[in-house]
Design a protein around this ligand. Structure first.
Ligand code: ACO
Length: 331
């Protein structure tokens, strides 16, 4: 990483999940599944679902306001808003522009970023460039998704996995600060993109046939291929990032992985030869919230005292695209 006098420090974070809970027993009434199958194959017990008239910008706004309050700044202090999402309210305006309006951050630039479940890692990395290069002082990065809106609740292979939520952080440029984003690593394998699709304008015949109800507005996923990619890419990116920052896995205080499936988290932990009690998990209560999973997990790890000032922490994710990425930071 190019050296700079300035670093990016997380000065505040916030989260929001909708109140309504969808349990495994609720899903058993909708598809041919069981609590036992879902728990043993995914580790998920329940997820949060947004009401019909609540969209990604609404949950994103709530998480943003929580992060702004936590950082003790005002919306006027924000220079840039990045929303990572795969479920925007509309193609245009972007979720980030709607959030900018909602929170009245008149001086901020705003754009959305799509790297599926890796979006928050991409967002932090992009914002860090602006801050270290002295372009901006304060960045608001939000991971927000309402996957329930694009979930096919007749498809047992996907509907047990997903939930809704949002997490946000404020990054601030600080001169020679100990607490900082240390480095990051991003990657993509577009050649494997067909394993996880959500259609847009192009309604490809083959894609429609994959979906059990031909509903073009839903997620389709080749679960076992994504599973393999998930474990391998997390292990690869964490190991490569460790090498880049000159640290060993034992020097990492905590790893906060994307929350998709407990078996993926356990598989990566084992391959990394890392302590399972230092691998954060809340997948049991929220399922996979896509871009929101990592910032919500970060918020909870901090508030539960699992990570604290001075800790070297790695955030790591994977997702549609297919994409992957990791960020190392000192709290
Ligand atoms: N309940 C009961 N049975 C089920 C269910 C269910 N909910 N889902 C699948 N099955 C059945 C299948 O039909 C299959 O039955 P068969 O052997 O008779 O054909 C059997 O269970 C095994 O199916 P698999 O798909 O092989 O099950 P697997 O153990 O791989 O688990 C899962 C499936 C949970 C989807 C897993 O593959 C997975 O987690 N993949 C990764 C998903 C992921 O991480 N996505 C992240 C990206 S999401 C994003 O970017 C938005």
């Amino acid at each position: 990483m190019k050296q700079s006098r300035y670093n990016s420090k997380i000065i505040g974070c916030g989260m929001y999940v909708p109140e309504d809970v969808l349990t495994n027993s609720d899903l058993c009434k909708m598809v041919d599944t069981s609590d036992e199958w879902i728990i043993t194959r995914t580790g998920i017990s329940e997820r949060r679902i947004s009401k019909e008239d609540v969209f990604t910008s609404d949950v994103a706004t709530k998480a943003a306001l929580a992060a702004i309050g936590n950082a003790k700044i005002t919306p006027n202090d924000i220079d840039i808003i990045i929303v990572a999402t795969v479920t925007p309210d509309m193609y245009c305006p972007s979720v980030s522009c709607i959030v900018q309006k909602n929170i009245n951050a008149r001086g901020a630039s705003a754009f959305d970023l799509n790297a599926a479940c890796t979006g928050f890692i991409y967002g932090i990395t992009v914002a860090d460039q602006f801050l270290r290069n002295e372009v901006y002082k304060n960045a608001l990065i939000i991971g927000a998704d309402c996957l329930s809106k694009i979930t096919e609740y007749k498809d047992k292979k996907t509907c047990v996995l997903f939930g809704d939520g949002a997490g946000a952080v404020i990054l601030q440029a600080r001169e020679n600060c100990e607490s900082k984003i240390v480095d990051s690593l991003l990657g993509a394998e577009g050649s494997k993109g067909e394993n996880l699709t959500v259609l847009g304008l192009r309604k490809d015949e083959m894609e429609l046939k994959k979906r059990i109800t031909n509903n073009c507005n839903t997620i389709w996923m080749n679960g076992s291929e994504v599973f393999k990619f998930a474990v391998n890419s997390m292990v690869y990116s964490v190991q490569k990032l460790l090498k880049k920052i000159g640290k060993s896995i034992d020097e990492i205080s905590y790893i906060i992985p994307h929350q998709a499936n407990q078996r993926i988290i356990d598989g990566a932990c084992k391959k990394l030869n890392y302590k399972s009690e230092k691998m954060f998990s809340n997948v049991q209560k929220y399922g996979n919230m896509s871009t929101a999973s990592i910032p919500v997990a970060f918020y909870e790890a901090l508030n539960e005292g699992k990570i604290k000032n001075g800790d070297l922490v790695i955030l790591t994710g994977f997702g549609g695209g297919l994409t992957w990425g990791s960020v190392a930071l000192i709290i």
